[in-house]
Design a protein around this ligand. Structure first.
Ligand SMILES: [Zn+2]
Length: 170
């Protein structure tokens, strides 16, 4: 999870932070945004867009402030557009091809062989269960996600041969 302080305002720097967390939404690579208050250990809002997360957080804070009878002018100073553009300057996720995305989703986001969770834009391999050397095709059913280690160890063996060899070594 990436965290950045939300700058400025009378709440003090870093009292509120915008966190981003990679997630999978409808099989697509997505990011969700959380506005957190680290010192209080609380999450103010979670949303799929930064704007929504901030709007949600503002609503929560506004309600809190209304309950505590604090002056309303405190709120608009929180997170001006200029301040938010600093927060937004995060590197975009690496583009993932449609085929890799499909393979990733079908493999449940994990290495098909050892079950290690992978990042969709990570270095995992599109693996041929029946190797091309043995006549395996690029059809969807023959393709799974595999971590680098499993892919290299499996090499030109079939998925079954590889899994049996793994089993006998344990
Ligand atoms: Zn693996």
């Amino acid at each position: 999870m990436l965290r950045r302080p939300l700058l400025g305002g009378l709440f003090g720097q870093g009292e509120f932070e915008l966190a981003t967390q990679p997630t999978i939404s409808n099989g697509l690579h997505a990011v969700r945004f959380l506005v957190i208050q680290p010192r209080a250990g609380r999450v103010l809002a979670i949303a799929e867009s930064k704007t929504e997360a901030l709007a949600g957080a503002r609503r929560v804070l506004r309600a809190t402030h209304a309950a505590n009878d604090e002056p309303r002018w405190v709120q608009p100073r929180l997170w001006s557009d200029a301040e938010l553009s600093v927060v937004a300057a995060e590197p975009p996720p690496r583009p993932v091809s449609r085929r890799r995305r499909e393979v990733f989703v079908r493999s449940g986001g994990c290495c098909h062989y050892c079950g290690t969770p992978q990042r969709i834009d990570g270095a995992w391999h599109v693996e041929h269960q029946l190797p091309r050397a043995l006549g395996g095709t690029d059809e969807a059913l023959n393709l799974v996600a595999a971590c680098e280690r499993c892919n290299l160890q499996k090499s030109d063996r079939t998925a079954l041969e590889f899994l049996c060899a793994q089993g006998s070594r344990r």
